[in-house]
Design a protein around this ligand. Structure first.
Ligand code: SAM
Length: 272
């Protein structure tokens, strides 16, 4: 991990160029390996930041600032200090420019959030401020990060986190709900959890298509094999039951064990 810099030059955040221009100027494209799906509309990132508010007197740890849309919003919504931890070093130069405009309120850290000591960072860069975490999380490390924060020594006052819809719903699911499981119990035992907002895939650049297809496949197979003795019309009831099967050209009276992979892919696609 490297502490890249703390900005100290006063400039107007609202005078910064649009995020798409910044990405083009730095010749940056999203890299799937880092789970990159960017929020480039500053109206959207301001809404996310407001959910975490009020931010005055707070130090916000942001994981994965990427092009910095959410980072800008956190600063504009009045965060006392933002500590942004980014693993993809290609983004460090543009984040450094943002730090220059942030009047000393932004510290950019190049590093892996899974190995970051947030308590030490907050104590070093913003002692005395109330700690919060806000992030549009990379989908591949979102759940381990959340569980680490819930159970670790760093105790933020709140965490405002963007997950895939399915994960967010599992976190907040009540007992008895279909998606109630281990993650729901761990999160709700240690915090109060709620789904605060939903965004369509098109709000992200690039839109996370493949992820939702994989999530749909997980959902369909979990439901079908969770009750493998039942006919699909019944085991898949919450996902559409008989109508879903007919849409996917799969026999609603069949059981999970006889459906081939192509059949499950059709069921997943039909459930989206
Ligand atoms: N916050 C930006 C936004 O909303 O547009 C980017 C969000 S993108 C979903 C996830 C970001 O997390 C990317 O910038 C990615 O490079 C970064 N990232 C991925 N794995 C990481 C890790 N282990 N530690 C820190 N950052 C990580």
């Amino acid at each position: 991990m490297a502490d890249v810099r703390s900005g100290a030059k006063a400039m107007d955040l609202s005078a910064l160029p649009p995020l798409r221009e910044v990405l083009t100027a730095h010749d940056l494209l999203a890299d799937k390996r880092f789970g990159q799906h960017f929020l480039l509309d500053l109206n959207v990132t301001r809404k996310v930041a407001r959910i975490a508010g009020p931010l005055e007197g707070c130090v916000v740890i942001e994981v994965g600032p990427g092009p910095g849309g959410l980072t800008r919003a956190l600063l504009q919504e009045g965060a006392g200090h933002v500590i942004a931890v980014e693993k993809d070093r290609r983004f460090i130069p543009l984040l450094t420019e943002l730090a220059d405009a942030a009047d000393g309120r932004l510290t950019v850290i190049e590093g892996d959030a899974l190995k970051t000591d947030e308590a030490a960072l907050a104590a070093a860069h913003a002692p005395g401020l109330v700690p919060k975490i806000v992030a549009n999380l990379p989908y591949n490390v979102g759940t381990p990060l959340l569980v680490g924060w819930l159970t670790g020594r760093f105790t933020p006052a709140s965490m405002t986190l963007m997950f895939q819809k399915e994960v967010a719903e599992r976190i907040a699911a009540p007992a008895g709900a279909d998606d109630y499981g281990r993650l729901s119990v761990i999160c709700q035992a240690l915090a109060e959890a709620r789904v605060a907002m939903s965004l369509p895939a098109r709000a992200f650049t690039p839109p996370p298509k493949v992820d939702s297809a994989v999530a749909a496949l997980e959902r369909v197979t979990a439901a079908a094999f969770g009750q493998r003795r039942k006919m699909l019309r019944s085991s898949l009831k919450v996902l559409g039951g008989e109508a879903l099967c007919l849409k996917a050209d799969v026999d609603p009276n069949a059981r999970a064990e006889v459906i081939d992979v192509a059949g499950f892919l059709r069921l997943a696609a039909a459930s989206l």
